[in-house]
Design a protein around this ligand. Structure first.
Ligand code: SF4
Ligand code: SF4
Length: 96
């Protein structure tokens, strides 16, 4: 089964409040692109992070997060403040 098909099985209860924040957007804009190629845009399996060249910032689609915790270790500058969603919100895993 492909990753996209597995992701289709998941269900979310979305919070209006984001559980993810970029603590230093200037680092994303000025340093990470040249040095690391903004890896959050590729390591996140749910494509939560997207570089917006017009705005010069990372856009965070926190609603899509599958809570895999990769971004806690994947950001080379540790500027992703990721927390578990508030109680009752977030991903609901379904198997089969
Ligand atoms: S990997 Fe970290 S520093 Fe680089 S663009 Fe993403 S959030 Fe910013
Ligand atoms: S926890 Fe996983 S799915 Fe959520 S934003 Fe981080 S890398 Fe993406």
């Amino acid at each position: 089964m492909r990753l996209e098909e597995k992701l289709y099985l998941l269900r979310w209860k979305h919070d209006r409040q984001s559980h993810i924040a970029i603590t230093d957007p200037a680092t994303c804009r000025d340093r990470c692109g040249k040095t690391w190629g903004r890896p959050c845009t590729t390591f996140c399996p749910a494509r939560v992070y997207e570089w917006d060249p017009a705005e010069g910032r990372i856009v965070v689609y926190y609603e899509n997060c599958v809570e895999c915790t990769t971004c806690l270790v994947g950001c080379p500058y540790r500027v992703i403040d990721w927390r578990l969603p508030r109680g009752g919100f977030g991903i609901q895993y379904r198997y089969g």
